[in-house]
Design a protein around this ligand. Sequence first.
Ligand code: TRP
Length: 450
Amino acid sequence: MSAEKRDHWQSRLGFILATAGAAIGLGNIWRFPIVATQNGGGTFVVVYILLVLLVGVPAVMAEVALGRHCQRNCLGVFRMLTPCSKWPLVGALGVATSFLILSYYSVIAGWATGYVFLAASGRLASLGSESLARTFQALAAEPATAISFHLAFMAMTVAVVILGVARGLERWNRILMPGLFLILLVLLVRVWTLPGAAAGVAWFLRPDWSHLGPGTVLKALGQLFFSLSLGMGALITYGSYRGRNSDIPSTSGWVVAADTMVALLAGLTIVPALFAFGLPMEAGPSLTFVAIPAVFNALPAGGLFGTIFFVMLVIAALTSSISMLEVVVAALAEERRMPRRAAAVLAGTAAFLLGIPSALSQGPWNDMRLAGMPLLAAADFLASNILLPLGGLLTAVYVGWVWGARSAADEILQGADRFPLGRLWPAAIRYLVPAAIAVVMVTGLLPGRG
Ligand code: TRP
């Protein structure tokens, strides 16, 4: 497909919002607080922020530059720059990883969809924390309910992808991002004024280095890749929908900053809520779904706010899930010449089916374990802590050494007003990023536990 014909983002803000939309999702509001509470709070937060700066920012720029340079999907870039090599397998790995994440992401987003109805019907109002936990169980553990919402969410994802890039994606993010941010801010203020919340804030911000171990760092790295949508071609694909004159350093910076801020905001709301309401820290997948309604119940007009919040969460999840489906669809459409519509329906249906075991793992298949974890957690561990960092490592090596850090830096400079620390970027992508990922993965996975 020629660059001229390629569907492009209509504006710089459109790209920032769409890319931030792909980045901001359940990873920030659902996954970040869970991983942070399981890994020592403040320690995790500090490690996370360090990794964002050292690994996240250079890697995001590398992926966007690669996509923009080639104007291709995540398989096409490798085929174009290095035909007749094994590198396109990295693109294929990305497609497979996206597909795997989409399968269980839609299950969790399905719960969020269910919560829209629960909140709107007033059934969450005035429930205590124990009843709220039971309400979550009833939704997630009931196979028919969980699978129906999973199906509904996947169908919405397919529908949006079929509508096309600029039209389909750009529109959603303009109202959504600021809205989500605002509502989180309201929640944060409410929680912080509750008795007992201060201890939670302190726990979330104060590092306790005795928690620091290879496992914690691996979890932080996995969270980073998941949250920034790195390591599986989403940013390559999104970058490919950009014109040559777009500003890569500043848009990448904005996307990373917005994503990290929303995650911190969610953590700083949910963790203090756990302290204030005496909720268990180890709640796992139910954490957000119990803590957030508890805060709404402490607000006037909580039912209304809660409904708006869950609608926004579903749309935030949708702008992320479409990025995953888009990776698969762009690859099928451009590399296999499949019509987009057929590719979207096919990939969406397959991901729905693959997600069913994850959905059942909260209910009837509760006792089934893969590598010692429930199925959903196992799929997430494989994707976030192994496949994404591996994809990110290979992409960094590719950009730094095969395409070449110099050519990549030239691509980034093109259209950029400023490229802060630009002189350090080639060294970062050649040495720092691959070495950091490799060390974290090897040390984190060696003990062989999750
Ligand atoms: N980053 C998104 C979130 O935080 C999820 C997501 C979208 C994603 N696209 C991805 C994760 C690609 C990994 C890879 O919810």
